[in-house]
Design a protein around this ligand. Structure first.
Ligand code: ATR
Length: 271
């Protein structure tokens, strides 16, 4: 029997997850069905329960339900608890397993697909909201020489520093505090690119050979990526690879096979 999976969010019509998972299933020879479900804003739990009742095996969870998904999971992973969000549910016989694959998706996209090793590198995250929080632990686990968080409101960066202190040291400050920081990798985890806004990036942010990575996708060359090039970043990437890689990690949690993301990214870029 075909195993059923779904993505739930609100809105959901523009989700790329059904196309991505259908491509993974073809690539890996897995017999699955994957649909998109519009979750009522006040009815997330009920919608998940109904899908589970209809012999659903697992779900991806997107905006605005990731925190509710963490609360719903009986067995959240440590990285999901630290991220404060669950994007992957798996309905096991002994309860609901919940994980967050965003951070590991980012790491694998940068490290494996782009071939940019993170160990001993100097890494700066811009932003201290949910997107930033979700990637801190997997980045620390790569053993960078330094991990820094710059945020417009410095106090929010300091909250993350305190939260992640048991796992590693975070440098914090406003954007201007990192002038001449010469980072190897600068990740834009602010929501500025969503609205086509730029950031006030200081001079000297990018070191030799630096990569600039915008977690936003589908916006072309964002103001952040354009500024990064002007300020000396030699490589730039948007978040499409992260989107596909977080999906691949969910697929792995459900099916125990990890799809190759490159052909699926190429398909999405072509379409
Ligand atoms: P998300 O879940 O996408 O991270 P969020 O929790 O609302 O969304 O956080 C948005 C992040 O983008 C914050 O770090 C925010 O900075 P502040 O904490 O100072 O508000 C950042 N951000 C959004 N627009 C920005 C802009 N124009 N310039 C600088 N930072 C911006």
């Amino acid at each position: 029997m075909t195993d059923r999976y779904a993505v739930i969010g609100n809105p959901i019509a523009h989700s790329k997850s059904p196309v991505i998972h259908a491509a993974f299933a073809r690539q890996c020879g897995q017999d699955i069905a994957y649909e998109a479900i519009l979750g009522p804003l006040d009815g997330f739990r009920a919608a998940v329960g109904a899908f589970r009742q209809a012999s659903g095996k697992g779900m991806n969870v997107t905006v605005p339900f990731k925190l509710e998904a963490l609360e719903l999971a009986d067995k959240p992973t440590e990285r999901a608890r630290l991220a404060g969000a669950v994007n992957t549910l798996r309905f096991d016989s002994d309860g609901v397993f919940g994980d967050n694959t965003d951070g590991i998706g980012l790491v694998r996209d940068i490290r494996d697909r782009l071939g940019f090793a993170l160990r001993n590198k100097r890494i700066l995250i811009l932003g201290a909201g949910g997107a930033a929080r979700g990637v801190v632990l997997p980045l620390l686990e790569e053993g960078p020489a330094q991990l820094a968080i710059a945020n417009r409101s410095v106090e929010k960066a300091v909250v993350l520093k305190t939260q992640f202190a048991p796992f590693g040291e975070l440098a914090t400050g406003g954007f201007a505090d990192f002038a001449d920081g010469r980072f190897d990798l600068v990740i834009n985890a602010t929501s500025a690119s969503l609205g086509g806004e730029g950031l006030s990036l200081p001079d000297g942010l990018f070191g030799p050979g630096a990569l600039a990575y915008d977690m936003v996708y589908g916006k072309g060359t964002t103001p952040f990526l354009a500024d990064a090039r002007r300020l000396g970043a030699v490589r730039v990437a948007d978040g499409l690879g992260m989107l596909v890689a977080q999906a691949a990690e969910s697929f792995f949690l459900w099916r125990a096979v990890r799809p190759d993301t490159a052909p699926v990214i190429a398909m999405l870029q072509g379409g």
